[in-house]
Design a protein. Structure first.
Lengths: 117, 98
């Protein structure tokens, strides 16, 4: 039985380490990407990959208890509301006239015209 | 301990998102950064609860996730319609909300 425990421990550790990796990578992309529309993708990396991997690692650590149920509820909620709020932000930006850099039709609007304000 | 590593990673990610929140050129960068910061906070509350050995903080994390989602939608609605409550439909203005 201790062999199974060691396997579960290593599995949960690898899940938590890869989740932390995705969280940091999403944050770096959100800081370094050149455009708002590119930063949406970096934020989605954190909100899907990092959240699910970290919560799965913590689920394995917790075992079959009420804590696992709470973690799964949190994961389900974030899995639904993360893409929803990202879509809402993208829709609001599109309606307000923000365009990606390479798709700008106006000659002066390269997506950076907001820096003048 | 593995949770200290996860806490360190989440704190570094929160600092980077906070930099984007402060210097984000448009409003929508800032809203996206606030939403992402809230998601990082939910993860941080959960991991800190496990690190302390008291995972009862997950209720607070779930509540924070709820408030984060509602707050993001409320901010977007406010900057589109300039009102939170029941508003009449107005056509979206092109140069508002930068």
């Amino acid at each position: 039985m201790s062999n199974l425990d060691a396997v579960l421990q290593i599995l949960s550790w690898s899940l938590i380490i890869s989740g932390s990796f995705f969280v940091v990578v999403g944050a770096i992309g959100m800081l370094r990407f050149p455009d708002f529309w590119a930063r949406l993708h970096a934020a989605s990396v954190t909100e899907s990959g990092g959240v699910i991997l970290l919560l799965a690692g913590m689920c394995i650590q917790a075992g079959f208890t009420l804590i696992t149920v709470k973690l799964m509820i949190i994961g389900l909620f974030l899995f639904i509301t993360g893409p929803t709020s990202t879509h809402a932000v993208a829709n609001a930006a599109l309606v307000s006239g923000l365009r990606p850099k390479s798709l700008s039709t106006h000659p002066n609007s390269n997506g950076l015209e907001d820096d003048k304000r | 301990m593995i949770y200290a590593f996860a806490i360190l990673a989440i704190l570094i990610a929160m600092a980077l998102v906070l930099v984007r929140l402060i210097k984000g050129p448009t409003l929508y960068d800032r809203v996206l950064a606030v939403n992402s910061f809230g998601t990082h906070t939910v993860l941080l509350i959960g991991v800190v609860g496990f690190w302390n050995g008291r995972p009862d903080f997950l209720d607070i994390a779930l509540l924070y996730a709820l408030i984060n989602f509602v707050g993001t939608i409320a901010i977007l609605k406010f900057f589109r319609y300039r009102a939170i409550g029941d508003v009449m439909w107005t056509p979206p203005q092109q140069d508002e909300g930068r």
